[in-house]
Design a protein. Structure first.
Ligand code: PLP
Ligand code: ZN
Length: 403
């Protein structure tokens, strides 16, 4: 197995991996999130890396040389390997669109849940728990449904029906709790850590970002090792945006590319916590704001991966932007014209690109990738205005096409 150590994002103290160690106690749960650090010099010598033996359609486990787990589930063969489309969009040619709604549970979160389950098996833990705005929980519940392991799920009661249905039919033990995601997170984290259950919270368990970074690896190999200038991604707790930076950074570190794209984190104007923390500048600090948005998946007022998100986005020379709910809903509808149906948080990269083109910060000569993190079928209610209620009689249809 690939060897690695853990390193605190703030004080840089290093730790050996051990069950139950999720963060640096000296720095705390938010300032002390950990990075997984590999021996990159030896990974350069891995035959897969040396010979660039990659498969554009294979699962994320083709990158095992940069993953921290040993165990394998049957479903793992279907996690990742999602399509990278090229569309002429918004006046730009060949915009790359990484569509992760085609994962087994229909969101990007499968990349992290798969790692969580395998890591729990590696550590001999057969109970997992997760608090989530919806997708992480749905993903864990679905991927874990066929194992013998127990799944406890904690979600805000208001999650969309599609995600709730995924939870219920998976057989997980579901606690839909009154309150916000931030409240449910605190409740479940205290409970789960005290009980010793395996923690599937990407913002605190450092290994989960490792699964998520494979999206960046796939963008590179599927685009024939051409790294785009910009990558857009929706941001809630801040792990996915951090993972993309780490993925592009690692591929450069092991010599597969020579560039890191500018990462553009897209938030909702109703609750732009990480954007605010970033714009306050260094040293980056945890933040708590109130607010809400139609994009439930990124409705996070107390982001937990805020330090990594700000640090990594800055290192990429990127930045954060935010969209109004109307801009998010328009993004879903306009992106739909490509054949991709995204949930609100999945469509924000499109809205973000539109905004930066309008502001002339991005021009036709730039290369861009949009990462679409969730399938629109999870939250059809968000676009209920777009669903026509018109019903025709048979006669009306025949008449319509007569002559
Ligand atoms: C569809 C979707 N997009 C984006 C995100 C944001 O991810 P993160 O919380 O890691 O910032 C989430 C998180 O739940 C999500 O479900
Ligand atoms: Zn520390």
């Amino acid at each position: 197995m690939t060897t690695y150590i853990l390193r605190c994002i703030t004080c840089k103290k290093e730790f050996d991996s051990q069950p139950g160690l999720y963060y640096c106690e000296d720095c705390g749960k938010i300032m002390g999130t950990l990075e997984v650090v590999y021996d990159y010099e030896s990974i350069k010598e891995d035959p897969v890396v040396r010979e660039k033996k990659f498969d554009k359609k294979a699962s994320m486990y083709q990158f095992s040389f940069l993953l921290p787990t040993i165990s394998k589930l049957q479903l793992d063969e279907y996690v990742g390997g999602t399509p990278l489309y090229k569309f002429d969009l918004l006046g730009m040619k060949d915009v790359l669109v990484k569509y992760d709604g085609s994962n087994p549970s229909s969101s990007y979160k499968d990349r992290a849940s798969s790692i969580a389950i395998n890591k729990a098996i590696d550590e001999g833990n057969d109970i997992l728990f997760c608090a989530s705005t919806g997708n992480a929980a749905a993903s864990l519940a679905m991927l874990n449904a066929y194992t013998d392991m127990k799944t406890y799920i904690f979600v805000p009661a208001a999650i969309p029906d599609g995600k709730r249905a995924q939870l219920e039919i998976s057989g997980a033990e579901v606690y839909a709790v009154e309150g916000t995601y931030d409240e449910v997170y605190d409740l479940s984290l205290d409970l789960g850590l005290e009980k010793g259950w395996y923690c599937r919270h990407a913002a605190i368990n450092p290994y989960l970002l490792e699964g998520k970074k494979t999206g960046a690896f796939e963008i590179v190999i599927q685009n024939d090792f051409e790294v785009p200038d910009y990558v857009f991604i929706g941001v809630g707790d801040g792990t996915v945006v951090s993972s993309l930076y780490k993925g592009f950074w690692e591929f450069r570190e092991i010599g597969l590319t020579d560039k890191i794209p500018k990462i553009i984190g897209v938030q909702a104007e109703g609750i732009p916590a990480i954007k605010e923390a970033f714009e306050k500048g260094k040293p980056y600090k945890p933040i708590a704001i109130d607010g809400s948005t139609v994009a439930d998946s990124i409705s996070v007022g107390k982001p937990r991966d805020v330090i990594k998100a700000c640090t990594y986005v800055e290192a990429s020379n990127g930045f954060f932007i935010s969209l109004t709910d109307d801009e998010i809903l328009d993004a879903i509808k306009e992106l739909g014209k490509t054949g991709i149906f995204a949930e609100p948080a999945g469509a924000v990269p499109y809205g973000g690109l539109k905004k930066l083109i309008y502001e002339e910060k991005i021009t036709e000569s730039d290369t861009v990738c949009l990462v679409i993190t969730g399938n629109g079928l999870k939250d059809v209610n968000a676009v209920k205005d777009a669903i026509s209620k018109t019903i025709f009689t048979t006669e009306e249809v025949i008449k319509r096409f007569e002559e």
